[in-house]
Ligand binder design. Structure first.
Ligand code: SF4
Ligand code: SF4
Length: 107
């Protein structure tokens, strides 16, 4: 059961998660990260590292965010791998916790 990045990562992208992943399964888009469900070995290391609490096991994704499972699979096939932490987006703190951010996802 792979882990999944959900809505609260959008416009935050703190990237604390990427350095702990032993199999480099995070992929980076303009304002969101996703996990490659094929590469993820379910080690659980990334989940507590996310300041935005955006990472969940696939079976425990919050109600209403189930579509992020398919979105992680789709976008991880398109976006490049990220393995090194970088500065979060400038407006990260402002957007942390805001609802309905899917509309702002840049592909
Ligand atoms: S730490 Fe959380 S908010 Fe930051 S990039 Fe990773 S999943 Fe997104
Ligand atoms: S659970 Fe482990 S393998 Fe999967 S994305 Fe997180 S750190 Fe990587």
């Amino acid at each position: 059961m792979p882990f999944v990045v959900t809505e609260n990562c959008i416009r935050c992208k703190y990237t604390d998660c990427v350095e702990v992943c032993p199999v480099d399964c995070f992929h980076e888009g303009p304002n969101f990260l996703v996990i490659d469900p094929v590469e993820c070995i379910d080690c659980t290391l990334c989940e507590p590292e996310c300041p935005a609490k955006a990472i969940f096991p696939e079976d425990d994704v919050p109600a209403g965010q189930e579509h992020f499972v398919a979105l992680n699979a789709e976008l991880s096939a398109q976006w490049p791998v990220i393995t090194t932490r970088k500065e979060p987006l400038a407006e990260a703190a402002e957007w942390d916790g805001k609802p309905d951010k899917l509309q702002y996802l840049q592909r």
